[in-house]
Design a protein around this ligand. Structure first.
Ligand code: HEC
Length: 129
């Protein structure tokens, strides 16, 4: 009887720990994921706003993307990751300047250039691990 109780307590404890670990894994994003999800959201919003002709909104998102990638890029040690991230910042500033002038064609080109850099890092760095 005693052995069964010990076994039961141990089993319940293990199940509780596993359930807790699964919950933590599900809900907590890594810092890089939070950064990346913000980038993806800005890019998506800018494409949509380009379609809608909402240039002030593009200026705002492009400035935020430029600032975030500049701040992070400056702190990166890997030279390739740093180059790509800072290039995104430059393109985002150019997209912002073009949106200020309501130059839709240039905004489109810059957004394409940004997307290409995202893909370059994902292919050359992220997916190599
Ligand atoms: C310098 C490299 C680098 C650049 C530049 C980069 N990414 Fe990422 N990205 C990563 C890495 C590494 C991960 C994996 C992060 C993780 O799982 O912790 C990632 C993951 C992601 C994810 C998945 C996040 C999640 O919830 O798991 C998205 C979406 C994403 N990136 C979008 C973008 C967009 C949009 C851009 C460009 C504006 C961009 N990334 C630029 C390296 C980069």
């Amino acid at each position: 009887m005693k052995k069964i109780m010990v076994f039961l307590f141990a089993a319940i404890f293990i199940v509780a720990v596993l359930a807790f670990a699964a919950e933590v894994k599900k809900t907590e994003l890594r810092p890089t994921q939070i950064v990346m999800q913000a980038r993806a959201a800005w890019l998506k919003a800018m494409s949509k706003n380009l379609g809608d002709g909402n240039f002030p909104a593009i200026v705002k998102d492009a400035n935020e993307l430029a600032a975030q990638t500049k701040k992070i890029g400056d702190g990166l040690a890997n030279p390739l990751a740093k180059d790509i991230t800072l290039a995104i910042s430059v393109f985002a500033n150019e997209a912002s300047a073009a949106a200020t002038k309501k130059d839709a064609a240039t905004v489109k080109v810059e957004l394409g250039a940004i997307k290409a850099k995202c893909d370059e890092c994902h292919a050359k760095i992220r997916d190599k691990k």
